[in-house]
Design a binder for this molecule. Structure first.
Ligand code: MIG
Length: 829
């Protein structure tokens, strides 16, 4: 199976390599003076039409079609909405037009037609290549731009290989967008499951991005065919791209996600640990797994049902034999604090007389052949033991179909399902050379019918949209949880995304970091790879290391393929069970912090799991760094990613850092060597950082009433927001949250931690607040507020006291009831 896939991938690359050479490109040539539009310009000549629009002062949009009129202005990625007048100035001369905003200047030379963008000081950021510029060939459109030696390129969605996309040599163009079911892919497989035609350029700390909003098969050449050129284009549709200014890479992401939307705040339970396999069945097996977690005291929040829970692999059914009482099972799991997530694929069986099939037919919801007949094809239901048959496929590009599909989840929710897993939505089809639908099948395309070439890459996105919107309609005050395999730019609005069928080997563990960081740099914040690897089986050591790295995957789930050995945290003997428990416990200790960072990501589009370059864009050492990462802006994580290590090198950027485990202080700007054991997860905290944590809980339902622990690391005064809400409902969108700012100040003789007055109307259950500060030696006094000195107690006694302080392992810990209001703690030397 694996071989076969590789062979297919190679064949595709070869076919593709031939096409650019064969293409006869027609360049745009000369344009005469443009027509002035609201916030833009239109250029037209016999070859085609170009419009330039100022979206906002930091975003320009360029559209080109080799026709006299542009098509419908429509996007599945860009969030509609009115924007304020960008206040652009236009100067039109005979040979050139210049558009100036408060941040950017675009110069358009008319003959030959070339675009160049500079910042307001005139520093060039992006330029069409003098030789090529915009061109077309048949229905193919493309643009060539200059690529400088010192430009790094990131993003492009879910990709294998290096974080830095420049310099990859695979033959042909080097990155393709065409959602593909690529079981057991390897580091050179491209494309895989998700298409995000967005990239971010970083040059000496200065950053901008380009979003090519075209859903056809597209490709990006990053200095491969010619070292000084970056080009991108698609097999159809318009050349429709946005230039997005920085100047820092975080701003690029914030602006990119102002166009394509942001991840909504996930339910807290979905940030806990998930246990999955292909497949847990029958029901007694699920109960057994759940009981093991609880008896072995290994925290977990969700257990997953893969395709064997279904009757004949048909979505929206239950196997009566394996799962005779789904509501009873799920209620019992819920009593153990476990939620259930079930898989739903986009291929209902063609089964006349079965409700969902019939209602889809009656509503005209299925993809059709060009002659108007139903498109039918074999997917999982064709492999059913009893009564196998072909499937039909919802046309998610039709709004009414999305609504119908969303409604089909009602019985699952009623039965107690908490989350939905959408798989196979590239879409994957069995027994065809391409693995997907014929390019000729018909889609509604929101009222402008088209064929599969235009819809393929958004099929998964639109399925998750149907699911997400359906869940919200059915349970309007519950945050939906959806996981998908395929998606497109903007997919972050509807679901978490996992990069499919990886392999249980060390290369894949290492590769997951670059892939997930690349997804984060493409607007996809809620991501995680299959822990332990999907295909094949990990060694005990590999599984432990993978769980340790997975503590910092935004989405943390173990998953493995059909027929592989058991892959539960206890499947590798008691020694590894203890290590695995400890890794998952760390996830739960840090969950308040993870939640707070995810909430920030939902507001800014800056991903939780992020490459160092996002925090240190001026430091070239970070540009290719993919074996360590940041979680939020305060935690630097350097998991052990190689077998048999006793030491690992960690790069600490300029500034001061604290070892998370020992409190030891390190000056940055250096590489250090950290001794490691099988238990080690090297983590460093940036000086000035504030971490929220809690004692270990077995699931998120146990969090209310737990003490909130704040670890405050002295450093350059920084503000940190402590965010909390009910973790489950949408009340937070109506002000039901608790947000407090923490500032800290370390002087020679005193250290002060100040928690500001709260905003928002949410208040957690009564609990203690524990503030810890790294501290060498013995404090003389600890004072709360304006004067009350707290009693000193022994470390063991602290947790039984309402208030007091102690010194423990390099930290002063101060405990008192959380008033949920402003409070100041002063520690005196
Ligand atoms: O053809 O549902 O990537 O996670 O376990 C395989 C069975 C279909 C592929 C997914 C994988 C899942 C599996 N699915």
């Amino acid at each position: 199976m694996r071989r076969l896939n590789l062979a297919c991938a190679l064949a595709m690359v070869v076919v593709f390599a031939a096409s650019p050479a064969a293409a006869q490109w027609t360049s745009l040539g000369a344009m005469s003076a443009p027509r002035r539009e609201t916030n833009g310009l239109t250029f037209r000549n016999p070859q085609g039409t170009v419009t330039i629009t100022v979206v906002e002062p930091n975003i320009f949009r360029v559209r080109f079609a080799p026709r006299q009129q542009l098509g419908r202005d429509h996007s599945y990625a860009v969030v509609p909405g009115d924007r304020p007048d960008p206040g652009a100035a236009f100067k039109i001369a005979s040979d050139r037009s210049v558009i100036t905003t408060s941040a950017l200047q675009m110069t358009i030379r008319h003959n030959p037609f070339r675009i160049a963008i500079a910042d307001s000081q005139g520093n060039s950021l992006d330029e069409d290549d003098p030789q090529n510029g915009i061109a077309f060939s048949g229905s193919t459109v493309r643009v060539w731009k200059r690529l400088r030696d010192d430009e790094q390129v990131y993003g492009l969605g879910s990709k294998t290989g290096d974080l830095n996309k420049r310099g990859r040599k695979l033959g042909g163009y080097n990155y393709t967008m065409w959602n593909s079911d690529t079981y057991a892919y390897d580091p050179s497989t491209d494309p895989i499951y998700v298409s995000v035609p967005f990239f971010l350029v970083l040059r000496a700390g200065r950053s901008h991005g380009v979003f090519f909003d075209n859903t056809f098969r597209s490709n990006f050449d990053i200095g491969h065919q010619s070292a000084g050129l970056l080009s991108f284009g698609a097999d159809g549709g318009e050349l429709n791209y946005y230039f997005i200014n920085g100047p820092d890479p975080k701003s690029v992401l914030t602006r990119y996600t102002s166009l394509t939307g942001r991840m909504p705040l996930p339910p807290l339970w979905s940030l806990g640990y998930h246990q999955c396999r292909y497949s847990y069945f029958p029901d007694s097996r699920l109960r057994f797994i759940a009981q093991n977690f609880r008896e072995r005291r290994i925290p977990v929040d969700a257990i997953w049902l893969d395709i064997h829970y279904l009757e004949g692999f048909n979505p929206f059914t239950w196997s009566a034999e394996r799962f005779p009482d789904p509501p009873g099972l799920m209620a019992d799991l819920r009593k153990l604090g476990l939620r259930t997530v079930v898989i739903i694929d986009p291929h209902p069986k063609k089964a006349p007389g079965w409700g969902p099939y019939d209602s889809g037919l009656a509503g005209d919801h299925y993809v059709k052949n060009p002659d108007g007949s139903l498109y039918e094809a074999p997917v999982w239901p064709s492999q059913a033991e009893k009564d196998p048959g072909p499937s039909v496929f919802p046309d998610f590009s039709k709004p009414a179909t999305r609504e119908w599909w969303g409604g089909l989840y009602a019985p699952l929710l009623t039965a107690g399902v908490a989350g939905i897993w959408n798989d196979m939505n590239e879409p994957a089809i069995f027994d065809t050379p391409t693995g997907t639908m014929p390019l000729t099948v018909r889609h509604d395309n929101e009222g402008q019918p088209t064929d599969h070439r235009a819809i393929h890459n958004v099929y998964g996105l639109l399925m998750t949209r149907a699911t997400h919107e359906g869940l919200l309609r059915l349970q309007p005050n519950t945050r939906p949880f959806v996981l998908t395999r395929a998606s497109y730019a903007g997919g972050q609005r509807y679901s978490a995304i996992w990069p499919g069928d990886n392999v249980s080997d060390w290369t894949h563990l290492r590769g997951s970091i670059a892939t997930l960081m690349g997804m984060g740099l493409s607007g996809l914040s809620f991501v995680g790879s299959d822990i332990g690897g999907f295909a094949e089986a990990p060694s005990a050591e590999l599984y432990t290391r993978w769980l340790q790295a997975g503590v910092f995957y935004p989405f943390m789930r173990t998953h493995t393929a059909f027929g592989t050995p058991d892959q539960e945290p206890w499947s590798y003997g008691t020694y590894h069970e203890a290590l695995n428990r400890r890794a998952i416990e760390l996830r739960y200790e840090l969950l308040p912090h993870i939640y707070k960072v995810m909430r920030e990501a939902s507001l800014t589009g800056v991903p939780a799991l992020r490459p160092l370059l996002l925090e240190f864009p001026d430091d070239p050492n970070t540009y290719g760094m993919e074996d360590q990462f940041m979680f939020g802006s305060d935690l630097l994580v350097a998991p052990v990613l190689r077998e048999g290590m006793t030491e690992r090198e960690v790069y600490l950027p300029k500034g001061e850092w604290f070892d998370y485990w020992t409190g030891q202080r390190h000056r940055g700007g250096v590489r250090i060597r950290v001794p490691v054991t099988l238990a080690s997860i090297p983590i460093f905290v940036r000086a000035g950082g504030v971490l929220m944590s809690q004692p270990v809980v077995q699931h998120t339902g146990e969090m209310p009433g737990q003490p909130l622990r704040l670890r405050v690391y002295p450093g350059p005064p920084r503000e940190a927001g402590l965010y909390e809400d009910d973790g489950e409902s949408l009340d937070y969108t109506r002000g039901e949250w608790l947000l407090r700012q923490v500032t800290s100040d370390a002087a020679e003789r005193t250290s002060t931690v100040e928690i500001g007055s709260p905003s928002g109307s949410y208040r957690p259950a009564p609990r203690s607040l524990e503030v810890s500060v790294p501290w060498a030696g013995e404090p003389s006094r600890v004072v709360v507020g304006d004067g009350q000195a707290l009693p000193r107690v022994a470390p063991d006694a602290l947790r039984t006291q309402a208030s007091g302080w102690t010194v423990d392992q390099g930290f002063v810990i101060v405990r008192q009831p959380d008033s949920f209001g402003a409070v100041r703690v002063t520690i005196e030397r």
